[in-house]
Ligand binder design. Structure first.
Ligand code: ZN
Length: 631
């Protein structure tokens, strides 16, 4: 098989309901799967459900149904949600399936034959909600460190896995595979944990029966994590379908939430080592979501239901928001207001507007027909740089950076329209070639944008593709180069891709509201002396970079004629990329009281007006250099 790419979400617990955290893991994994498919890889994308354990048994008993019935009910909710979110998984594994049970028991036998499983007695604290055994020193004020509940004292006959044997080998593996756990900070935590010494792990229970029986001793059921983690093997047909297993294993990446990192980065590799199987290439753990700045919890009633978000805003905008809002790997905050903000600014304004204005102009000025013209030009070089950058970022699961790049291209195209002014070119028959070239470059950019957004926004990409006369076969690596648009192609006018959201949460502020200036009267009028107090100067932007965790703000170093450039935070990231600004001459209010914006000090303000597509900077008719007084 050429380029196998096996990636997985965790299997989700049926004693839980689908929430934003699960949706996040699954959308990210789906975006990566879709991107790899477009790049020609043989992708196997797995998700599923974890259905065994004491909690499921207890919940089912409370509801007066069998554990299996409970599982069936909840599994349906997950499967429906994934369909609504256009998740493209290739398989869905349930731990109650026969194929899984066989794989788990086989793995057990192999490890047991090796002498790494023995029968002993276990006595320790046990947190039932978390299904975790805890040692005295793991307890925090006598409570479970994860959920804060009081654990029970438990003593039972138990099988143990000799995990203690594998500490050194695991450390050695970590040394040789520095990328095994991502992000790096979490890798370091795990290495510290392993260095602290690994204890043998209790891997069977006799206190409940809802699980896979231990081979040869059915009084015991296999510990939930030994059972659950094996899903990554059983879905490949392990151990009977050797060919398939060897084609895809080891997994390229297990995508998980950071709460289950230890199970994936310590337990799982040692189980595999004991079984003599190769280890996965990477475990990538993402962060947690808070909601409106607060921890999500049932008691607060602020648990975000992904289904409700999709019904309100559509699957693509929700997917886009999740991957764009927060660097993958870090914690993030969800608010509906922020979602609406991105919907209107990034999707309706930037992306939607580009499609509608370009196709409208093509129809108005060129009869809807594309005329293929020469290579070169600013959009081509920008697009080529973006293609390379997106590939790099997708390789690092840096979805937010990939999307930033794509939006950089969209904004560059929008500005290209403004500068080239096709409406002016169209008035002069002598400039027909120029007009054709401008439109060709714009439509070609639309084509590439369509391909690039498809992993994150598959439904939108499909709509755009239909407009551009593209089909499924056009979503492939060979099409991800400049200049594939055919000559003479006819393209209709686009309907608005994202009609702006009317219904906004109460406190939401539209990003680009054009305010009409009021005519000042009486005491509102300034005297010339008062105006003179304003220290307005010309400045030259020397450095520009995004302010972390903000999509609006750029941190600029502006030369205003002082010995040191001054730092100014400007809310222009939606309209300008850092590259656009470096070297640019701007008008700066220099004696504005310094302020901290998003934790970054800002000493001054850059003047701008609301243009057609967001902010337009105030500038000069000719180059004036830094530090000139504006009067
Ligand atoms: Zn707990």
């Amino acid at each position: 098989m050429t380029n196998p790419f096996y990636l997985s979400t965790p299997i989700y617990y049926v004693n839980d309901v689908p929430h934003i955290g699960y949706a996040y893991t699954t959308v990210a994994t789906d975006a990566l799967a879709r991107y790899r498919r477009m790049m020609g890889d043989e992708v196997f994308f797995l998700t599923g459900t974890d259905e065994h354990g004491q909690k499921v048994e207890k919940s089912a008993a409370l509801q007066g149904i069998s554990p299996r019935e409970l599982a069936d009910r909840v599994v349906g909710r997950y499967q429906t949600l994934w369909q609504e979110m256009t998740i493209s998984n290739d398989d869905f594994i349930r731990t109650t399936e026969v194929r899984h049970k066989e794989a788990v028991q086989h793995l057990w036998k192999i490890v047991e034959e090796k002498g790494d499983i023995y029968l002993g007695e276990y006595e320790d604290w046990y947190c039932t909600p978390c299904e975790t055994f805890l040692t005295d020193h793991q307890l925090v004020n006598g409570a479970c460190p994860d959920c804060g509940r009081k654990p029970e004292r438990l003593k039972e006959e138990s099988y143990f896995f000799r995990m203690s044997r594998y500490g050194d080998r695991l450390l050695d593996f970590y040394e040789k595979h520095p990328d095994f756990v991502q992000p790096l900070a979490r890798r370091n935590e795990i290495v510290q944990f392993i260095r602290g010494g690994l204890r043998d792990l209790s891997i069977s229970r006799t206190t409940f029966s809802w699980g896979i029986p231990v081979p040869g001793n059915p009084k015991h059921v296999i510990y939930v994590w030994f059972d659950a983690l094996t899903n990554y093997l059983s879905a490949l047909g392990y151990p009977s379908n050797r060919e398939r297993f060897e084609a895809f294993w080891p997994a390229r990446v297990h995508v998980i939430g950071k709460d289950i990192l230890r199970f994936h980065a310590v337990y799982w590799p040692t189980f595999l080592m004991a079984a003599g199987l190769p280890l996965p290439k990477q475990v990538f753990s993402h962060g947690w979501w808070t909601v409106d700045g607060e921890k999500m919890s049932k008691s607060k009633g602020n648990v975000v239901d992904p289904g409700a978000m999709i019904r309100q805003y559509g699957a693509d905008p929700f997917r886009y928001f999740l991957l764009r809002e927060v660097p993958f790997g870090l914690d993030g905050d969800f608010s509906e207001k922020a979602l609406v903000g991105r919907f209107n600014a990034d999707l309706a304004n930037d992306l939607g507007n580009l499609f509608s204005r370009v196709t409208t102009m093509l129809n108005k000025y060129c009869g809807g027909k594309v005329v293929r013209t020469g290579e070169g030009g600013e959009l081509q070089s920008r697009a080529e740089a973006v293609l390379a950058a997106v590939d790099r970022h997708m390789g690092n699961l840096a979805f937010h950076l990939a999307l930033q790049e794509i939006w950089g291209l969209i904004n560059a195209a929008n500005r290209f329209v403004d500068r080239q002014a096709p409406w002016t070119l169209a008035k002069d028959p002598g400039r027909r070639d120029e007009l054709d070239a401008v439109m060709y470059h714009l439509v070609e950019t639309l084509r590439l944008v369509t391909l690039l957004i498809s992993p994150v926004m598959p439904e939108t990409a499909k709509k755009c593709a239909a407009l551009l006369g593209m089909g499924e076969k056009d979503f492939r690596k060979e099409a991800l180069v400049w200049g594939k648009l055919s000559d003479g192609m006819e393209i209709p006018r686009a309907e608005p891709l994202f009609p702006r959201r009317e219904k906004k949460p109460v406190s939401s502020v539209p990003k680009r509201e054009v305010t009409k200036p009021k005519r000042a009267q009486g005491k509102d009028l300034l005297s010339i002396e008062e105006f003179g107090r304003l220290d307005l100067r010309s400045g030259v932007v020397r450095e520009a970079e995004p302010v972390p965790k903000s999509d609006r703000l750029l941190r600029l170093k502006v030369d205003t004629g002082d010995p040191e450039p001054r730092q100014v935070v400007a809310g222009v990231a939606g309209s300008y990329s850092p590259d656009d600004l470096v070297g640019r001459e701007v008008v700066v209010v220099c004696n504005l009281k310094p302020a901290k914006i998003c934790g970054v000090e800002s000493c001054g303000m850059i003047l701008a007006v609301e243009g057609k597509d967001g902010l337009a900077l105030v500038g000069f008719d000719e180059s004036v250099g830094p530090g000139k007084k504006v009067r």
